[in-house]
Design a protein around this ligand. Sequence first.
Ligand code: CA
Length: 225
Amino acid sequence: MKILIVEDEAKTGDYLKQGLTEAGFVVDLARNGTDGLHLALTENFDLAILDVMLPGLDGWGILTGIRRAAKDMPVLFLSARDHVEDRVKGLELGADDYLVKPFAFSELLARVRTLLRRGSKAPSADFLRLADLELDLIRRRVSRSGKRIDLTAKEFALLELLLRRQGEVLPRSLIASQVWDMNFDSDTNVIEVAMRRLRAKVDDPFDPKLIRTVRGMGYVMENPA
Ligand code: CA
């Protein structure tokens, strides 16, 4: 899942980017409104986190631009100003949520996950399932045949992508950009290593095998039965 942050305070921006990256998201950070809107309109994000007060274009301007382009990604506003009229203005313009600074990172993360669930195509999907494998999007847990499996944040993100697009052959380039924010030219060994670790946890001890390598193309997750 890819998140855009537009925040001009270097410390807050870096802190958010690091925290969300560690939580398994791919994060782009823009430091002013103009760059932020450009990114929002030219790349695909699952969610945007916008500061209100920004040099260039402010957060409201970015949101207006996003909605005018009919981009329906959820938008979470960050603002130092706890004025009722700000909140109302943001929500009227089509913001999905509003968080007042300073906030706890855990609260931001919880809101981000709620918005992503609400914004996903299957709104009631709290679980992703294939055969006896189950991924719990709320508790961030994975189990197979009822046995709990511990995954790193990257392994979880990788499995989530495979499960969301099950039955589809996913090229390494797509996996690289969605889970690692890398270009295809980058070292794809990272993907192979992570895929091997993921398989060792979710496939090797079980049958049937759900992840398949498609030679020269990528990977597909499906029930062979
Ligand atoms: Ca600011």
